[in-house]
Design a protein around this ligand. Structure first.
Ligand SMILES: Cc1cc2nc3c(=O)[nH]c(=O)nc-3n(C[C@H](O)[C@H](O)[C@H](O)COP(=O)(O)OP(=O)(O)OC[C@H]3O[C@@H](n4cnc5c(N)ncnc54)[C@H](O)[C@@H]3O)c2cc1C
Length: 381
């Protein structure tokens, strides 16, 4: 295949925008076609946690390595975006606390401490008194915590806005409200033609599919099965002006993160509700009960806001990033599930490498082949 020059990105969530910015920086003429609004789906709903350690309690598998790599790229990536746009993504290196409420919780925290200390700095097992010195608003029921100084967070909707602006300033053509998008034709060496209901037709040498939870529909016009489905996340925020919470706090049932605007975000449910994005009394009720029990000052308080988004999940929870062997002009970057904000810089780098014909450092660990009968791993798929 000759060097592609026209790259079409389908989907303008954080993954599509991050890939578009990277493609433009590598010299490709790039267009993003978004069915609705940029960042209008999962990316705009996210809490913005960048937590490679807390999200990977089990083992240093390739998914953990990808998360850790992406986290290490974040400071320079955000700095470049902010310098280019003059806008802030509110990256905060707050550190995190995984809190134990039962003696048994310490078993898994100690196991994590043992293997994760080899990969990151600043882990410490805290007793109740040490924990309360760091986070005085926590309930007295908290027995201790695993402290990790190396986790951070961003304001996800603001980061999406910064990326959109960076794309614009880097010459990326941005098409929103395109409606339903269909692949009309693809022919080896001739590229791909894509048509949308409301915004016209495009021809490209390469198409990068970044359609989040809707990627299962895209398979109608792809030569492969795309095993991605939506998992609803319900989430809420309290108005706690005065900064009660200093760190990201995780319990076995929920997490809490304080934002610069004085809100304390508490997330998130994991429900199977198809493509329904509404919030339910049951979903938010569970979060508010936990909030009151973990933070006594929230006991009689109602969240000031609640919302929901659809996480794009694959069958094994790992993202799907790679070329489609049967259609090399198509690249997939979907299925980022709970960690799409964290994984944006690493995904963009992998996609940039694929566009330039390089294989990237993770080989095909995240490729679609793993879902074929021959490639099945970990007994799933
Ligand atoms: C409540 C909640 C909290 C979360 N918290 C975190 C967190 O703290 N940290 C973290 O790292 N991750 C978090 N996530 C996960 C993260 O939000 C997702 O993994 C990430 O946003 C996925 O990005 P995306 O661009 O693939 O998907 P999306 O943001 O959903 O974007 C996909 C886009 O594709 C568009 N689209 C669909 N079909 C088509 C088509 N045919 N043509 C053109 N466009 C199309 C859609 O309109 C959409 O805008 C959270 C998710 C939720 C729901």
């Amino acid at each position: 295949m000759t060097k592609p020059t026209e790259v079409l990105i389908l989907g303008g969530g954080i993954i599509g925008l991050a890939c578009a910015w990277e493609a433009a920086r590598r010299g490709f003429r790039t267009t993003v076609v978004e069915a609705g609004e940029f960042g209008g789906q999962a990316s705009g709903a996210a809490a913005g946690l960048l937590a490679p350690y807390s999200e990977n309690p089990e083992s240093p598998d390739p998914f953990f390595q990808l998360c850790a790599e992406s986290h290490s790229l974040y400071p320079a990536w955000v700095r470049e975006l902010e310098e280019l746009t003059g806008r802030s993504a509110e990256l905060r290196h707050s550190g995190s606390l995984n809190v134990a409420f039962h003696e048994a919780d310490f078993l898994s925290l100690r196991a994590r401490l043992e293997w994760q200390s080899k990969y990151g700095a600043g882990f410490e097992l805290l007793d109740a008194a040490e924990l309360r010195r760091l986070e005085p608003a926590l309930s007295e029921r908290a027995l201790g915590a695993l402290y990790c100084s190396d986790e951070s967070h961003v304001h996800a909707p603001q980061l999406v806005g910064v990326l959109e602006e960076a794309c614009r300033r880097s010459g990326v053509r941005l098409v929103a409200h395109a409606g339903n998008v269909t692949l009309l034709k693809r022919a080896a060496g001739e590229g791909v033609i894509v048509e949308s209901s409301f915004a016209g037709r495009w021809q490209a040498d390469r198409v990068v599919v970044c359609t989040g939870a809707w990627s299962g529909f895209v398979q109608e016009w792809l030569p492969v099965h795309v095993p991605v489905h939506p998992i609803r996340g319900q989430i809420c925020a309290y108005d706690v002006q005065g900064g009660h919470i200093r760190h990201m706090v995780f319990s076995s049932q929920a997490y809490w993160v304080g934002k610069n605007d004085g809100s304390l975000v508490c997330g998130a449910s994991e429900d199977m509700a198809g493509f329904d994005r509404s919030v339910t009394e049951q979903g938010i009720g569970r979060l508010t009960r936990w909030s009151g029990s973990v933070y006594p000052f929230l006991q009689d308080k109602r969240p000031s806001r609640s919302w929901a988004g659809l996480r794009p999940a694959t069958l094994d929870g790992w993202p799907l990033i790679g070329c489609i062997p049967e259609a090399p002009e198509l690249i997939m970057a979907v299925g980022h599930y709970r960690n799409g904000i964290l994984l944006s810089p690493a995904t963009a780098t992998l996609v940039g490498d694929l566009l330039q014909g390089k294989s990237g450092k993770f080989g095909n660990a995240f490729g679609i082949e793993r879902f074929s009968p021959a490639g099945k791993r970990r007994g799933v798929g």
